[in-house]
Design a protein around this ligand. Structure first.
Ligand SMILES: Cc1cc2nc3c(=O)[nH]c(=O)nc-3n(C[C@H](O)[C@H](O)[C@H](O)COP(=O)(O)OP(=O)(O)OC[C@H]3O[C@@H](n4cnc5c(N)ncnc54)[C@H](O)[C@@H]3O)c2cc1C
Length: 481
């Protein structure tokens, strides 16, 4: 039987659209080539919910940034993910940059972004004493927030699935042709027909559009390297610190993440390969030299982990959202920054487009907005921790020492769908601390192998061929039992 809607790509955009459409009585499927959702750009970004004044008014990004920003509180209330509005400071170092601050304040105010204020040096230094004392002034935007983006993807998809979405992972769309009543998607794992196809394939959205015969745009990769710092620096800055932006980049930021770790980055370098996620000595040098001018107390020696994400940049730099010449085929492409911020507003927009294109969206009377909350052992007080451990002995065993993650939480993550080390890491934080999995990797692998009943040699870091162990010639795979 065919679907009303097939969503291609399970990043933040595909997941937000699936969750939005789960409010209606339709049959929908989300097709994702990776083994879990959120494993593309949506897990490798700065995790900022932008304040609402960063993108220009004459773009699609501009209004969607502010519209999206305002939808995050409701989403946070209903779903289970880390989010806090900590505010941001855009800092100026000289008189010329004061004009930039005013320009951004005016832009935000014309859009209705509340609370924008230009602070003088004394105000800035009082609020952020670890900033370089040469700071001239800063634009404070209290509406900016930080979020754990991978948790949002998992939470959105759990909610959509609880309300009827069918999820197909490990399934790459390889061809698109006509079906009786719409379009047929051939994937590496089966064929699916749908009246409407929503193309949210991130870095590969141009290729999916080409398969549908409407490939009139191209996507280019712009790499951003990010560096995570040791938790000893928790509290060094309380707000997100931005320099004055340039035409292609928001510049190098200092970001107090939701979990408390300080992150610095990203770079913004155009690259050819769409899958090159390497970090580089040059990138590190660039980030730390710039960031030390802003917050002199930061040193490259504090770095405990680094990663890169790829911005999917369309010709013209703006989002491409809308129906195409191929009936039923809708593009949601070129979603670079502020795509994370805008995701809930993009989902609303896509629902409107579907209505205009003829899909009836009747409310689903059984829609349940909330998802069950996961236990975060480290956040409980001692009495609650003791109670949790008494109720379930798995919570009495620590798996990740750096982040104080229990085996109970790791098992809950596997039962919620994590099949890989990264799936566990992004659901529980096991492996994200100072030792970067040196202690907990083996135990997480054992738990995956036991729960999924697979040989431990089959356990991967992030699906595909990212195995961690290999068998010696002639030796049978070890079962962890
Ligand atoms: C370094 C960096 C920092 C950023 N910081 C921020 C920020 O702080 N705030 C903000 O708002 N935005 C930020 N962004 C932008 C934001 O991360 C993106 O806009 C957003 O993640 C894009 O989501 P997406 O769902 O379009 O793409 P993705 O997350 O890449 O999802 C696309 C999905 O499609 C799947 N796919 C591809 N081809 C196929 C196929 N053939 N078949 C099936 N599935 C397929 C992929 O596997 C992937 O999972 C940042 C981006 C970068 C790179």
């Amino acid at each position: 039987m065919g679907y009303d809607v097939a969503i291609v790509g399970g990043g933040i955009i595909g997941c937000a659209i699936a969750r939005k459409l789960a409010r209606y009585r339709i049959r929908q499927i989300l097709i994702e080539k990776e083994c879990e959702v959120g494993f593309g750009t949506s897990k490798s970004n700065s995790g900022i919910i932008h304040a609402g004044h960063h993108s220009p008014a004459d773009t699609l990004k501009g209004p969607l940034e502010w519209a999206g920003n305002q939808l995050w509180d409701k989403l946070h209330e209903e779903l289970d993910f880390g989010f806090e509005r900590i505010g941001e400071l855009m800092v100026a170092w000289d008189d010329d940059q004061l004009d930039t601050l005013q320009h951004y304040r005016d832009r935000g105010e014309s859009r209705g972004v509340p609370g924008l204020e230009i602070w003088d040096r004394e105000q800035v230094r009082r609020a952020e004493p670890n900033l370089n004392r040469l700071v001239k002034a800063a634009l404070h935007a209290p509406t900016a927030g930080v979020v754990n983006p991978y948790e949002v993807c998992f939470s959105l998809i759990d909610s959509a699935r609880n309300n009827g979405l069918e999820l197909r992972t490990d399934s790459a769309v390889v061809a698109i042709d006509d079906s009786d009543d719409g379009l047929r998607l051939q994937t590496s794992n089966g064929t699916f027909a749908a009246r409407f196809v929503i193309n949210c394939a991130g870095m590969y959205a141009d290729r999916i559009a080409q398969m549908a015969g409407v490939g009139d745009f191209s996507i280019h990769a712009r790499k951003g390297e990010e560096y995570l710092l040791d938790k000893r620096l928790v509290g060094l800055v309380k707000r997100i610190i931005f320099p004055c932006p340039t035409a292609t980049s928001k510049g190098v930021l200092v970001i107090p993440t939701f979990d408390g770790t300080i992150m610095v980055g990203p770079t913004a370098n155009p690259i050819e390969a769409r899958d090159d996620l390497t970090t580089s000595a040059g990138g590190s040098e660039q980030i730390f030299s710039q960031v030390q001018q802003t917050v002199p107390g930061i040193s490259p020696r504090d770095c405990i982990a680094e990663f890169a994400g790829l911005r999917a940049v369309a010709d013209g730099e703006d989002f491409i959202i809308g129906p195409t010449a191929r009936r039923g085929f809708i593009n949601v492409a070129g979603i670079q920054s502020p795509g994370l911020t805008a995701a809930p507003a993009i989902a609303e927009m896509v629902a409107d487009i579907l209505r205009q294109e003829g899909l009836t969206l009747e409310p689903n009377p059984r829609f349940t907005p909330a998802v069950p909350k996961h236990v975060i052992f480290n956040d409980l007080d001692t009495a609650a921790q003791q109670q949790q451990a008494a109720n379930d002995p798995h919570f009495a065993r620590i798996c990740c020492r750096c982040e104080l993650v229990t085996e109970g939480e790791v098992l809950a993550a596997i039962r919620a769908g994590a099949e890989t080390l990264d799936g566990i890491k992004f659901r529980t934080r096991a492996g994200m601390g100072r030792c970067q999995g040196g202690f907990c990797t083996w135990r997480c692998m054992e738990l995956i192998a036991q729960e999924l009943d697979v040989p431990i040699t089959e356990v991967t870091k992030r699906g595909g061929d990212s195995w961690i162990l290999c068998e010696r010639d002639g030796q049978e795979a070890a079962h962890a039992d």
